[in-house]
Design a protein around this ligand. Structure first.
Ligand SMILES: [Zn+2]
Length: 310
């Protein structure tokens, strides 16, 4: 079975100013690299639907979703800043709805029999968006909206979310802390933005704070020791991934020294666990990754492993 590759043209219309690192070119870089690597042949493209109000409010407060809807500017060139680094343009609301809708479609597709895995090549990203707060380039928490959909619509009882973005997935933790249907695993540079995660108490959260300059060996050792046994014991029916590639050595958003083989390794481990417990079902959503070259190469590696070679 090949991989579902989900995106939407609206995801490239969302802009936060000419010099903002979370830029439309990120998705072009991924697409270009997939074509150059020959991986295009192994994926089926889908247009993301827009998530509905009902779907969004499984993960977010209704008042918050309405606030984001109302904050959207109408003018062609206007920007409305929601926090210090997160702004809405005319297209942002639709892009954010499509990004969350991609995760929903990804879940629906892997729960069917045509695809075992889906990659959502979308922006804005989602993992910093809390139940009632936009921050860190994120508006709606895509992976959380997808997981909530899997629980409500498909009756799943155990979903593992793996977040290897270099930043802590504070939004996903905010939404699911204490909800035993979800096991949330996040690895991140610490101390660093957004400053959360090092002292989380919730029993369904497995955080791995790691010092700056962490490379592949340190990352892999921590994942082996902290994540893999917990996920194996949890026996998830679906694995979702917050796939951020801003921990790459060439990405100067942060100070990790990960490389493509490290992303391949963690994806392969996730795939093995999905084969063992989850009928091979994985839905991965793009989060960070701002150096265009290393982003394209890393996603290509990640997608290759998601397709699987078992
Ligand atoms: Zn990040």
């Amino acid at each position: 079975m090949n991989l579902a590759f989900i995106s939407h043209p609206d995801c490239q219309r969302h802009r936060m100013g000419a010099h903002h690192p979370e830029a439309p070119d990120r998705l072009h870089a991924i697409q270009d690299r997939l074509i150059a690597s020959g991986m295009e042949m192994l994926v089926t493209h889908y247009d993301a639907p827009a998530a509905t109000f009902e779907q969004l409010t499984r993960a977010h407060d209704p008042g918050y979703v309405r606030g984001i809807e109302e904050a959207a500017p109408r003018g062609e060139d206007s920007l409305v800043w929601i926090d210090g680094d997160t702004a809405m343009c005319k297209w942002t609301l639709e892009a954010a709805r499509r990004s969350a809708g991609a995760a929903i479609l990804g879940v629906d597709l892997v729960m069917g029999d045509r695809h075992h895995a889906a990659f959502c090549s979308v922006r804005p990203p989602g993992h910093h968006a809390e139940r009632a707060r936009a921050m860190g380039f994120c508006f709606f928490n895509n992976v959380a909206v997808g997981a909530a959909h899997a629980i409500e619509e498909h009756g799943l009882e155990r979903i593992a979310i793996l977040d290897f973005d270099v930043h802590h997935g504070n939004g996903t933790e905010d939404i699911f802390a204490g909800d035993e249907r979800v096991l949330f695993c996040s690895s991140f540079q610490h101390p660093f933005y957004p400053g959360t995660g090092a002292d989380s108490k919730a029993s369904n959260v497995v955080n791995i704070p790691l010092p700056r300059s962490t490379g592949g060996e340190g990352f892999k050792a921590a994942v082996e020791e902290r994540w893999l046994p917990r996920i194996d014991a949890f026996a998830p029916q679906l694995i979702m991934i917050s796939a951020g590639f801003d921990g790459h050595a060439e990405d100067d958003m942060a100070q990790f020294n990960l490389r493509e083989p490290d992303y391949a390794w963690v994806t392969r481990r996730a795939h093995e666990l999905a084969v063992k417990h989850a009928g091979e079902r994985i839905v991965s959503c793009l989060e960070g990754g701002y150096d265009l070259s290393s982003l394209g190469r890393s996603v290509s590696t990640h997608v290759d492993e998601l397709i699987g070679h078992a």
